[in-house]
Design a protein around this ligand. Sequence first.
Ligand code: LMR
Length: 333
Amino acid sequence: MKKLSLVIALIGACALVPATQAQAQGPIVIKFSHVVAIDTPKGRAAEHFKKLAEERTQGRVKVEVYANSALYKDREEMEALQLGAVQMLAPSLAKFGTLGVKEFEVFDVPYILEDYDALHKVTEGPVGAKLLAMLESKGILGLGYWDNGFKVMSANKPIKNPGDMRGLKVRIQSSKVLDAQMRALRALPQVMAFSEVYQGLQTGVVDGTENPPSNMFTQKMHEVQKHVTVTNHGYLGYAVIVNKKFWEGLPADIRQALEQAMKDTTKFANEIAKKDNDDALEGIRAAGRTEIHVPTEAERKAWIAALRPVHKEVESRIGKEILEDFYKATGQK
Ligand code: LMR
């Protein structure tokens, strides 16, 4: 066992005490770890869930939210969930490939989701449910999807056309589809944990990045990126996941209350995400350090033309079936 796994396993040992037994000694503790700031769509949703869950179980459940990678970074948190060191996460859909569920990377395919309406046709319908069901074999239950937003590209030089990305070292999340996307632009993708991106940009380890404005603004990435282009070329959002053994071991009344709290939180999360991102883009503009470019119609067409071949290229990795599911659900073909 790797050193990291061993540490997480030791921390997790207490968490694997059956919920019913733990209850006699005090509240059931749900550790919810995430990597973004509190004032992001995910950060706010996590706090909302904590409030509802604690109120509705009259304190029989305590939700401890650890924001900003305070407990674990990207890769570690997945491992921690499986080992029971934390009970709840909401990782970006781009990070599920590392769990061995490559189909989730379909969300990273450039220009596969036009807007939030198209997104909800997937996440609130049978295709979204089918994807969540794939997690069960990994000891994980998917409770729902939380929205974030559509990604912008940033760098320290203007990037108006896809050709401007050539040769740039660009930070990506750990998704092979995002790797293919950056290579299609002749950029040099580099996987890096979210918590390290600001420093990576500041020191020049990477030249640029992609993220929804809410993530960029709350991590102050705009302070070290002179140019942002609102390409909206891809989507970044989350699946809320729990350790299956833990969840199924909860007393039935508690589990029901938590499931309802999650349902209500999901509604809240998906109502705030778009506005949070619009506000964050305005925040970046108002900070005055970053030039924001909105592509012209001709430029937008050039980005789509440069990235469309990625659909075919990643078909063998994520599967033709899930691609077709997406096209059908969103009425693309
Ligand atoms: C990223 O790594 O850029 C995002 O997945 C962070 C997040 O959780 O939104």
